[in-house]
Design a protein around this ligand. Sequence first.
Ligand code: OVM
Length: 402
Amino acid sequence: MMTSPTRTAETATLRFDPFDEAVLGDPYAHHAVLRDTAPVVLFEPGGYYAMARHAEVQAALKDWQTFVSGRGVGLADFQIEQPWRPPSLLLEADPPLHERTRGLMSKVASLASLRNVMPQWQAKADTLADQLIARRHIDAVTDLGEAFPLQVFPDLIGLRDDGRDNLIPYATATFNAFGPRNRLVEQSLAASAQAAVWVAEACRRANLKPHGWGAQVFAAADRGECSQDEAERLVRSFLSAGVDTTVNGIGNMIHAFATHPEQWQLLRERPDLAKRAFEESLRWGGTVQTFFRTTGRAVDIAGTTIPEGAKVLLFLAAANRDPRKWDDADRFDITRSASGHVGFGFGIHQCLGQMVARMEAEAVLNALIPRVAQFRLTGKPVRRLNNTLHALGALPIELIPA
Ligand code: OVM
């Protein structure tokens, strides 16, 4: 599967499939090769380029004029191939369209409206933590990582109450679909056919509750900032991007603490480090591993020319552990400043919902810090393979009460 890198005159080439299931199961084992081979590599036979060093990844994310999103941020080039669903008006859009949609969505997803809900979120996290402690043996993926976001996020958007269990299968398929058409894509698209129908319905104005972020997108449409059809598709962005990301962000964070008990002990002694701890867990165990861009023009990167119309795979998670950027990059250390990590991306497309993710994680940490002395792994963590997400299928732990 993995062979040693070969160098042609101008382009370093790697001959393994980064979406192979063995690679997805242990992505961090492959990052050093990606980073060390060259600043830019060409994957054969995939036919796409890749970057994995922090400097180049960040520069590419910043240069949206060259590394465009409108041709899709998965392997499929929307200029050539039919997208599996109508493109996102945010993620898969470039300026000037992106400026308009991002502007209106940023106003909806405001820090002020999140601050309003934080006390309720904290109360819910506290109650959930009490219940989990009482059970003692839990699966941190379903019982916490999935349970908490599903208790708060759909209500934030104002989603209908029935059918919310469609959200995770839909998001799973969405994130798989950024990869090549492998078994993971075929399976999750087949498994989410009904979920896609439910999501389309759930995004309609008539099905959104009056005060949520969904309704506020339609209020922006009423002010002429977008059309009603665009509003539906923008609400779809919340549902696509807001669930499986935070589910696995919380899961990966608990996994990091379960495997680094001394870091949990440190956090209990210094709960003021909670914000830092979440950022560090994103840097160290990144939820979103990769995104593609497409070159809108030929571009020279450190002596390698990437032609126009090429797909370029950006390894966010490898950049986040690049020793050129971080001291002791593989070490999970909640005292370090992880600022500059690209776990939320960088530049004009940087995660719109990052404050949602932070507030969810903070509520969870604030609830667990006083209650849990230790997370004891009671079985092997199980990965849930996904073409984009570093996801967990199961994380069996015993919560040792404080
Ligand atoms: C969207 C979308 C979908 C998946 C991820 C994402 C990370 C956005 O539909 O806009 O951002």
